[in-house]
Ligand binder design. Structure first.
Ligand code: PEP
Ligand code: MG
Length: 577
């Protein structure tokens, strides 16, 4: 009998295959007291396990294709750095000596200590780090037990993996072995593994509690990574249906490739700007793989996170210059740093106790304005690289116009400094802002008057409008880009831009979901900025849409507060020929 089970769909696509349930054995970490004469050998055994774990990770890194997005390599590097961290190795060695115990127990204790430190910080970003600690401990424990996590002899080809949790490294190895998809019991849509699954294009479902009890090894499964459900032992009719959905998906992907390099123009000849989102200069290669286009959002905080501190002007400059060069004349929108909430670095952590409500705390531009001397190197570097190609500055998280005025003064100061030093920059560099705080959306006219462009950050706009923590999977059910309040705010921002005669883009996740493309076009959005792998899908909708056919239905959507009616009408737009 077929059974439907649902979890959180984090990486779209249909997968059909045999279930391979990974029953992770509990490694024996009981304490064994050792005589003093054996401690030296035990430390050596631990060090050998560390070297082995490091070699496994390096092997995985080597297996990754050269054109793999840089974020994927970063996951492996994070684990490698942890292996080298004194908190891990020196701490464990001290435990062996202090407690005269075996390496397994000493490491377990050290891992628990580190996890506790992260737990007490109660910061969502560090919670993800806690998972990394557990994954690294598990890898070293396996090495101590003489097991090699990375060279599992099992063939995963075509299988759907069911596990309690997967590390990013597990995911890479399994993708290499051509798994069809995976399901985990834990994790949320913003976990490293979920991000990785999306980047690698593996259909995936997370947060499916008790998956390993509900599914038997060898059973046939269908998983829908978008809707987030599994069909266990599907009947022939369902199998036939999902096979045809899968064939359609593949045919669509091939068709989409033909759109690369073509303009995003609607059937009634309206030119739409379609740009990509990046985290690092290396991601420009991924954008170019899909389409030769500009960047509407460069999240520079990743540079801070990688360095774990505020970069100096030279580091900012060399990094952004690499990006400008890679853009090869296409526009690059550099967003000033947006640290805080789920994106944190040691420097901030060292600053004092974590805010109780970090998403509403000293985040992004608030932090920069509190420490303008720290912010200035980034502004100077962005201005300097504007001499090498079309660059725009974008400010995140503005709440009031006074903040904007302060930023504009700082930009002017930076320009004067460069002028005095006779260093070149684009004197007319466009300055824009993310509109992602509901207050800024409601007062958009005041911002638009002083800016060259606006960009709608729906991830935060939805978080703050609906009072839901964007990374807490417990309240994920409230996430609704079609909430009438959210739609009204988006409409206000688009109209605010039009009134001030400045472009308005959307760079939050809503812009990359094909369900909303026609609605947004109908609302008058003319500029989308999306992750690389969504570029062609969105373009496909744009080039198959006639704006004037969307407007009437869009008006009806904007006039109602009835959620069901909104959803039905949005679907009607999607189905329009
Ligand atoms: C947003 O909030 O929609 C956005 C694009 O910025 P980030 O996701 O980096 O907060
Ligand atoms: Mg944001």
């Amino acid at each position: 009998m077929s059974i439907y089970i649902s979890g959180i769909g984090v990486s779209k696509g249909i997968a059909i295959g045999e279930a391979h349930v990974i029953a992770r054995e509990q490694l024996d970490t009981a304490k064994i007291t050792l005589p003093a004469s054996e401690l030296k050998a035990e430390i050596k055994r631990f060090k050998t396990a560390l070297t082995q774990a490091s070699k496994q990770l390096h092997d995985i890194k080597e297996k990754i294709a050269k054109n793999t997005a840089s974020d994927i390599v970063v996951f492996i590097d994070t684990h490698l750095l942890m292996l080298e961290d004194p908190a891990f190795n020196d701490g464990t060695v001290s435990n062996i000596k202090e407690y005269s115990c075996n390496a397994e127990w000493a490491l377990q204790m050290q891992g628990e200590r580190l996890v506790q430190v992260f737990d007490e910080m109660e910061d969502p970003y560090l919670r993800t780090r806690k998972d990394d600690v557990l994954h690294v401990v598990k890898r070293i424990q396996s090495c101590l037990a003489g097991k090699d996590q990375s060279s599992d002899n099992q063939s995963y080809k075509g299988k759907i993996i069911i596990a309690d949790d997967l590390t990013p490294a597990d995911t890479i190895v399994m993708q290499h072995q051509k798994i069809a998809g995976f399901v985990t019991e834990y994790g949320g849509p913003l976990s490293h593994t979920a991000i990785l699954a999306r980047n690698l294009g593996i259909p995936a479902i997370v947060g499916l509690h008790h998956a390993r009890q509900l599914i038997q090894r060898g059973e046939t499964l269908v998983i829908d990574g978008m809707a987030g459900f599994i069909i266990n032992s599907p009947d022939n009719k369902s199998l036939k249906y999902y096979r045809s959905v899968k064939r359609t998906e593949t045919a669509k992907r091939n068709l989409l490739n033909d759109l690369s390099g073509k303009p995003a123009i609607t059937l009634d000849k309206k030119q739409i700007t379609l740009h990509g989102n990046i985290d690092r200069p290396a991601d420009i290669r991924t954008i170019k793989k899909y389409d030769d286009t500009g960047v509407g959002l460069y999240r520079t905080e990743m540079l801070f996170i990688e360095l774990n501190q505020w970069p100096d002007q030279r580091t900012h400059f060399t990094t952004y210059k690499r990006a400008v060069k890679a853009m090869d004349g296409k526009p690059l929108t550099i967003r000033t740093m947006d640290l805080g909430a789920d994106k944190e670095i040691q420097d901030t952590i060292d600053h004092g106790p974590m805010a109780h409500n970090p998403a509403m705390g000293l985040r992004a531009i608030r932090r920069c304005l509190k420490e303008p001397q720290e912010f200035m190197p980034q502004l100077l570097a962005i201005l300097r690289v504007s001499a090498f190609g079309p660059v725009r500055i974008m400010i995140p998280m503005l709440t009031n116009v006074e903040e904007l005025d302060q930023v504009l003064v700082l930009i002017e100061e930076a320009k004067q400094t460069l002028k005095k030093m006779q260093i070149g920059f684009d004197k007319a560099i466009p300055v824009g802002a993310m509109i992602e705080v509901p207050a800024a959306a409601l007062a958009v006219d005041a911002f638009a008057k002083k800016l060259d462009f606006l960009s709608i950050g729906t991830n935060d706009l939805i978080q703050y409008t609906l009072a839901l923590d964007r990374i807490d999977d417990e309240v994920n059910y409230l996430y609704d880009p079609l909430h009438p309040a959210v739609l009204k705010l988006i409409q206000m921002i688009i109209e605010g831009g039009k009134k001030a005669n400045i472009p308005v883009s959307m760079c939050g996740e809503m812009a990359s979901d094909t369900l909303y493309t026609r609605l947004l076009l109908g609302m008058g959005l003319e500029y989308f900025s999306v992750p690389a792998n969504a570029l062609l899908e969105i373009k496909h909708i744009i080039v198959n849409s006639t704006l004037k056919n969307l407007q009437l239905e869009t008006q009806k959507i904007l006039q109602t507060y009835d959620s069901n009616e909104i959803k039905t009408r949005v679907q009607k737009l999607v189905n329009l020929l």
